[in-house]
Design a protein around this ligand. Structure first.
Ligand code: FE2
Ligand code: FE2
Length: 268
């Protein structure tokens, strides 16, 4: 089920969630950034594309959008991308050269004349906003690009700061410290398993750079919006993640156990 709610006076969240086995629930967020050139940040999941469009229409007329910020091309971020491009000929997609290239291998490539390439470190004007693209400290694909909106001091971090949680709330401030820390650690060891191999010093320098952005609000594709005051807590958890336990993924025996469980509950 997809819900919408307001994260800031000019930001709406279009939010779904996925339950991942016994590990918890993961928010799957897209964001509408209102303004003189409205921008949609990511486009929901492929499997819920129709529901996403219905929910989106409750917070903005898609014809009014001017930009899509595509953080990366995973199936939980590109769901309504092509529906939106088909519906609205003025829409352009902000992504990287690699993002455009990966989409070129799908059945629906991005039209190059509707792409605006932005690399980490570059700034792009989106109406009254100035967005500085950046590479989040953790990510699951080389395409990934987040941004810092210098105008509203909004930090969008793509998959970074995601957390597997018992429940999906509408503010990260309402999550208990333990649930947030454990859920964030679990997610990063699943989504960015290379975390265990990082150079600790370089990684902590990257985290310090992010801390210095001092945002008003922190957005993640997989965490309810967090007030900027929580950024250092989120970064502290990431700082410890290289030494956290590696994720033990379910194996074939566990899959067969799950299948028996599903068959039993269906028969019941
Ligand atoms: Fe991802
Ligand atoms: Fe994701």
């Amino acid at each position: 089920m997809i819900t919408t709610y307001r994260a800031a006076p000019d930001i709406d969240v279009v939010s779904s969630s996925a339950t991942i086995a016994d590990f918890g629930s993961l928010a799957i967020n897209a964001f509408v950034m209102h303004g003189d050139e409205p921008m949609l940040v990511d486009t929901g999941t492929v499997v819920e594309a129709d529901e996403f469009m219905t929910a989106l229409r409750t917070v903005i007329d898609p014809a009014d959008l001017r930009w899509i910020w595509l953080s990366h091309t995973d199936f939980d971020h590109i769901g309504s991308l092509h529906t939106l491009l088909d519906e609205n000929p003025q829409l352009r997609v902000i992504t990287t050269f690699f993002g455009m290239g990966i989409m070129g291998l799908s059945s629906t490539p991005l039209p190059p004349d509707r792409v605006r390439l932005v690399n980490p470190g570059e700034r792009v004007r989106v109406g009254n906003r100035t967005l500085r693209a950046f590479k989040p400290p953790v990510y699951d694909t080389a395409v990934t690009t987040g941004f810092y909106d210098e105008t509203s001091r909004t930090l969008f971090s793509a998959d970074c700061f995601g957390a597997l949680l018992p429940d999906i709330l509408q503010s990260a401030a309402d999550i208990s410290d333990t649930d947030l820390r454990d859920g964030q650690t679990l997610w990063v060891t699943i989504d960015s398993p290379w975390i265990h191999n990082v150079d600790r010093k370089l990684f902590s320098e990257h985290l310090a750079q992010v801390s210095r952005l001092d945002p008003e609000i922190v957005l993640s594709g997989h965490l309810p919006p967090a007030p900027g005051a929580m950024l250092n807590t989120l970064l502290d958890t990431l700082a410890k993640a290289p030494d956290a336990a590696t994720f033990d993924a379910p194996d074939q025996a566990m899959l067969e156990q799950m299948l028996v469980g599903i068959a039993t509950s269906t028969a019941g």
